[in-house]
Design a protein around this ligand. Structure first.
Ligand SMILES: [Zn+2]
Length: 295
């Protein structure tokens, strides 16, 4: 059964960029008669805005999104993430790290896609005596390739492009990369449709899925409003939380942004008419690709 999902972080209300990801994943699931789940990625409590999770769900409801099953809250899943990390510990695939940002910056100049590549200091030296440890996974020196349904073939050598990345932070928070794959497996997600800002994360997630023997979903990364070539939306449009009054209009523009060419006559219609058109006419292959810096 096709199972898709939308996984917002409650760091603020939905904005046009997150609406794009929601619309794309929803239309793709609906056009496959699939399930569409909502997961609240509220793991990073320090970054969370109080009330934002509720606001997002209310916004989704006002737009007419209907999700299947109960909402999964990452904040309630810490035991599952710990179990996955334990499995990696038992297999000697992760190691503790006590390095500070500054120590890493002072010890290497090797740059990857997302900044400095961790030089493996804590693999070679005895750990400093301290109570807080981060956990890093040993990355392999091999190319991980996947076919993205929108962006095409993507390859990364994790050791050279990313380096040994953190699964659990020194402050005790589990990293997004671990949490997301544990939850995708738990929820039986078969298709991930999300913003292209996460394209660079996907090889890490596939590597973790391979290592933990989880199924690997199909991936499709939709362009991010801010990055799409020739589709530059004003800063103001992006920064503003979306207004519920404009539901139908925003929906129309989201479909337009996603390359679906909704007819102009649809623009003045009510949102349920727009949804009807979207489900009947949605075609993933019409979604424009973006140029990724790294891939
Ligand atoms: Zn270290």
């Amino acid at each position: 059964m096709y199972t898709g999902r939308f996984a917002p972080s409650p760091t603020g209300p939905l904005h046009f960029g997150s609406l794009i990801a929601a619309v794309a994943s929803y239309c793709e699931a609906k056009s496959h008669q699939g399930n569409w789940l909502v997961r609240m990625e509220d793991l990073d409590k320090p970054r969370e805005i109080p009330g934002a999770a509720t606001t997002i769900l209310q916004q989704l409801e006002k737009f007419g999104f209907e999700w299947d099953g109960a909402i999964l809250y990452q904040s309630q899943r810490v035991e599952a993430y710990a179990a996955a990390l334990d499995q990696l510990k038992q297999n000697n695939l992760v190691y503790p790290c006590t390095c500070t940002r500054k120590e890493i910056a002072d010890s290497t100049s090797s740059l990857g896609i997302e900044g400095l590549i961790y030089p493996g200091t804590c693999l070679r030296q005895p750990l400093k005596q301290q109570s807080t440890l981060a956990w890093r996974i040993k990355t392999p020196d091999r190319v991980i390739t996947f076919h993205d349904a929108i962006q095409g073939d993507i390859s990364q050598n994790l050791q050279h492009d990313i380096g040994d990345f953190i699964l659990k932070r020194a402050d005790g928070l589990f990293a997004y990369q671990l949490a997301v794959i544990v939850d995708d497996a738990e929820q039986g997600i078969t298709h991930v449709v999300r913003g292209a800002d996460l394209l660079n994360s996907t090889p890490r997630q596939i590597f973790l899925q391979q290592t933990l023997h989880y199924p690997i979903p199909t991936y499709a990364h939709v362009p991010v409003a801010a990055n799409a070539a020739g589709e530059k939306l004003s800063k103001q449009t992006l920064a503003q939380p979306i207004h519920i009054k404009n539901c139908a209009d925003l929906l129309f523009h989201a479909l337009q942004f996603l390359g679906q060419n909704p007819p102009e006559s649809l623009q003045s219609e009510a949102k349920h008419i727009i949804w009807q058109w979207a489900f009947a006419n949605w075609q993933l292959h019409k979604v424009p690709a973006i140029k990724s810096k790294s891939a």
